[in-house]
Design a protein around this ligand. Structure first.
Ligand SMILES: *Cc1c(COP(=O)(O)O)cnc(C)c1O
Length: 431
């Protein structure tokens, strides 16, 4: 499937952002991560235009971990987005790119002392408190620095959702947050906040899964979380006006994937939140969502040069490309599926049953287990689609492979936003 500004040009090549893929490789080398900037902007617009309410502040915070570079931060700034960070490195990147750090939300189940101090140094937005020990640390820092900090508490609502299925009252063993059923620990947490001058409890956060294809799990999350909030507000006589329901909105990768239409999903969430405000009498003033994958994944395409093919004695046919699990670990890590085209023969008929393999010394280094492909020769370009999320951000130097460059394309122009690594980069920290 062609996304965003992709089209097939008169040379029978794939074009993204008005640039021919073979020109992109000539200019920037391969493998190459290509991002359709217009498509990212359009996705952000879909989120911002459909997630709003008269009754409360509806905020969209992009999840950095999907893909973050300084150029991405600048684009998010331009669009007035909020930002999720899960590490000192993500906070550092955002801050060095000039992001307004009061618009950040800081996650993590085991933030280091340095990372917590960094939140205060940078004046971040909400710290999402994972557990009581972390809350004790944050209170100590606030008291010592006499500095205010707003927080949310991460809870586990017992809803677990992946792709098509979701289960209620499942997975109460997750490493993230405290269970909404653990009244004892939640009581202790709420008590710790009481009377503290610096550290305030603004509300709660949860995140139910990823690559979720249905609306219902999210609507259910609002239902369960607002029941929980009502109970907390009544029991402890406090107001917790902010609810953050996380990300996880599914996207199309391969034939058969049927994600919901994001605009419809967002409208349903708003409707549900407005309804519970009216019926439950809770003080919901701010509803936050945290999309990562659904903003960048379809905007990203990885271009590889095809090397050899191999028809094995056992009958499996391989096509080898000049990258692999170092630039896309997802197929090896969790059997993620991708679709591809020979980007220099787009109108060719797709035949055969090919396994796309990388160049790493690892037999699990496969990018696609089974796909038909257009006719190709060594030197042709293979485009793997939907690599915008959790590819560059998960890249490694295994086998001392260099990380590819990242380019943004838009209106016939390409610009490098992350330089290709060099061999010198590899030994930079070796002593
Ligand atoms: C990973 C994560 C997200 C983003 O998930 P996507 O599936 O990329 O939308 C949002 N919030 C939290 C807390 C996360 O851990």
């Amino acid at each position: 499937m062609l996304f965003g500004t992709m089209r097939i040009n008169s040379s029978n090549h794939l074009e993204i952002g008005g640039r021919d893929v073979s020109e992109l490789i000539k200019d920037h080398g391969s493998p190459l991560y290509v991002y359709d900037e217009t498509h990212i902007e359009d996705m952000i617009d879909v989120f911002q235009n459909n997630f709003k309410s008269e009754l409360f502040l509806a905020r969209v915070a992009y999840a950095s971990k999907a893909f973050l570079t300084k150029a991405m931060v600048e684009l998010l700034t331009k669009k007035g987005m909020s930002l999720d960070c899960v590490s000192g490195g993500e906070m550092y990147t955002a801050s060095m790119a000039g992001f307004n750090m009061s618009r950040t939300i800081i996650h993590g189940n085991n933030k280091s002392k340095e990372e917590l101090e960094m939140c205060f140094d940078l004046n971040t937005g909400y710290i999402v408190i994972d557990n009581i020990y972390e809350l004790e640390q944050v209170i100590e820092i606030g008291n010592r620095r006499k500095q205010k900090m707003k927080t949310l508490v991460r809870v586990n609502p017992g809803i677990e959702a992946h792709t098509h299925e979701y289960i209620i009252t499942a997975k109460l063993t997750s490493k993230f947050g405290e269970s909404i059923f653990d009244k004892d620990i939640l009581g202790k947490i709420v008590e710790l906040y009481k009377g503290n001058e610096y550290i305030s409890l603004s509300g709660f956060h949860c995140h139910i899964g990823s690559q979720v294809f249905k609306t219902n799990p999210f609507v259910e999350t609002i239902e369960v979380m607002t029941n929980f909030i009502k109970e907390i507000e009544d029991t402890y006589n406090i107001k917790t006006p902010t609810l953050n329901i996380g990300g996880g909105f599914g996207v199309y990768y391969v034939d058969g994937d049927q994600p919901v239409v994001v605009s419809n999903l967002l409208k349903e969430l708003i409707t549900k939140a407005e309804e519970v405000i009216k019926t439950k009498g809770i003080t919901l003033k701010e509803l936050i969502i945290e999309p990562g994958r659904s903003i960048v994944s379809n905007a990203g395409t990885t271009l590889y040069e095809i090397g050899h093919k191999k028809e094995t004695y056992g009958g499996k046919d391989y096509v080898f490309v000049n990258g692999g699990m170092t630039d896309n670990i997802r197929p090896a890590l969790y059997q993620a599926e991708y679709s591809a085209d020979v980007a220099t023969n787009m109108n060719g008929k797709k035949t055969g049953d090919w396994t796309v393999a990388g160049k790493l010394c690892e037999s699990g280094d496969l990018l696609i287990r089974s796909t038909s492909l257009q006719d190709f020769q060594s030197g042709d370009i293979l485009a793997i689609y939907t690599t915008g999320a959790y590819n560059y951000s998960m890249a490694s130097n295994y086998n001392r492979i260099l990380k590819p460059a990242v380019v943004f394309v838009k209106n016939g122009q390409s610009r490098v936003v992350v330089k290709r690594e060099t061999y010198k980069d590899l030994i930079r920290n070796d002593i």
